[in-house]
Design a binder for this molecule. Structure first.
Ligand code: 5AD
Ligand code: SF4
Length: 457
């Protein structure tokens, strides 16, 4: 049971975010809207008078985590706390959420975000579901409260036009809408003026940026323009779709100093049969050509990927094709998932015929193979100097961590570096997923940029 403390009526909020970086950034806007209207941030869920779960539904596991969190809150029957649900599960389940968890007072969509303070007030009287029109949501103009003063996420497009057979995203996030280039660049200018050094451009498929705008501007152009912004030191982006990763983009990555040596390029499967069933629009040969082209063009690029294990109809032979691709491409990092059937996707009509035990065995084998490759990739960096943007406390709670230009996690002794700084470190060791380092030089210290914390954008 979660007790409500005395401060529960003072109008303070707590947001728990599930899912991808786009969701994390949406939560920055939610915080911005609430602070603008007089709310303050609660230090913990126990202290909050308003609890917001910004949710994900990409896999059943992601949904189950949210339902589990709601069960915990529901155990506290006397609470006056307002519980609100937004994000992908809100879009997907709508009013159904009230039926399952009557403690939820408000279900809202991003299109309703500007009205959030009023909705919270009204929901004290009766539960409200306001999803608005997901295709009309324009939240980029709303205030945002960003955690870091040095690194910022900037959406360049919302929604997705791909029809990957397993993916629920297009149905909850709507069609692809690119932001106007001028709006993106003026947001970037405000950020760099405030001391931001690193920007991560976000979109479900960044590579098709601009296609719906009908102008000349495409992703290669945007990457070049963002990389040339005054004061910009690092530009990262995700997610790329292999089919749309043209040579023009690789060229900018190779030539623009600020474009980081990091490419997240989800392959999903190494079997042509499965790729076709997934409707990915490329073959394994095409993918491997893109990956090797990226490696040749961009010196020192780190390549990461996503893989789904146990898609309907995946045979042992298909799985071996995936293993073979992983061994050939030698990803620097890979995120692997068990296939999870999602209602509303075209694969939902297919029989989920790979038994769970089999999925798990394949997953374990793939994970084992990849972990050796990741370890080797990290091992190669030991002894070299890397630039680390220090983000905050490491998972163990005792160290501090940051990321290199090529997106590796570097764990540093807590007394050597401070959050929100840029340092040069020597890499002293490598673990299974991260590097250990020691600070050699502080490039940008805590006092050197104005406006470091809670940058308003
Ligand atoms: N089952 C398992 N994994 C999925 N992903 C997306 N949809 C599903 C699903 N239904 C994975 C993909 C995607 C990542 C964000 O999540 O690998 O790239
Ligand atoms: Fe999850 Fe996809 Fe929604 Fe991100 S866009 S929160 S990954 S369902």
């Amino acid at each position: 049971m979660i007790p409500v403390r005395d401060s529960a009526h003072t109008g303070c909020f707590f947001i728990r975010t599930f899912g991808c970086q786009m969701n994390v950034h949406d939560s920055e806007h939610i915080a911005g809207v609430l602070v603008d209207s007089g709310y303050s941030r609660a230090a913990s869920i126990e202290e909050a008078s308003v609890v917001i779960f910004n949710t994900c539904c990409v896999r059943q596991g992601a949904e189950d985590r949210v339902w589990g969190n709601l069960s915990m809150l529901a155990a506290d029957r006397d609470s006056k706390r307002i519980v609100a649900i937004c994000g992908c599960m809100a879009q997907r389940h709508g009013v159904e959420i009230f039926r399952r968890f009557p403690i939820v007072r408000l279900v809202f969509g991003l299109d309703a975000l500007a009205r959030l303070p009023e909705l919270l007030e009204s929901s004290r009287g009766a539960p409200i579901c306001d999803l608005g029109d997901v295709n009309a949501a324009r939240i980029d103009e709303l205030s945002a409260i960003r955690k870091s003063g040095l690194a910022a996420w900037v959406p360049i497009s919302h929604g997705c036009d791909n029809m990957c057979a397993y993916c629920v995203v297009p149905s909850v996030r709507g069609a692809e809408r690119s932001r106007e280039p001028g709006d993106i660049l003026s947001e970037i200018a405000t950020l760099t003026d405030g001391g931001v050094l690193e920007v991560t451009l976000l979109g479900q498929n960044v590579n098709t940026y601009g296609r719906d705008l009908g102008g000349e501007e495409n992703f290669a152009w945007l990457l070049q323009a963002v990389g040339s912004a005054e004061g910009m030191r690092r530009v990262k982006f995700e997610t790329s779709h292999p089919r749309d990763l043209g040579d023009d983009i690789l060229k900018v990555m190779a030539e623009a100093d600020a474009a980081c040596e990091y490419l997240h390029l989800p392959v999903q499967s190494g079997s042509n049969r499965v790729l076709e069933a997934m409707n990915r629009g490329y073959t394994r040969e095409y993918y491997m050509e893109r990956a090797s082209r990226a490696r040749k063009a961009i010196g020192g690029v780190a390549l990461s990927t996503d893989i789904i294990v146990g898609f309907p109809g995946e045979t042992q032979k298909d799985f071996e094709d995936t293993l073979d691709l992983v061994k050939t491409v030698r990803f620097d990092a890979a995120y692997m998932f068990l296939y999870s059937p999602r209602e509303g996707t075209s694969a939902f009509g297919l029989e989920d015929d790979v038994p769970l035990d089999e999925k798990r065995m394949r997953f374990a084998e793939l994970e084992f193979v990849q972990s050796e490759i990741t370890r080797e990739s990290l091992g190669k960096i030991v002894g070299s100097d890397v630039e680390v943007l220090v983000e905050g406390v490491a998972k163990d709670g005792r160290h501090i961590m940051g990321r290199t230009r090529d997106h590796r996690v570097v764990v540093l002794p807590a007394d050597e570096a401070q959050e929100d700084t840029l340092v040069r470190a020597v890499v002293c060791g490598a673990g299974g997923h991260s590097l250990r380092g020691s600070v050699k030089e502080v490039i940008i210290g805590p006092d050197e940029a104005t406006n470091r914390h809670e940058v308003q954008g």
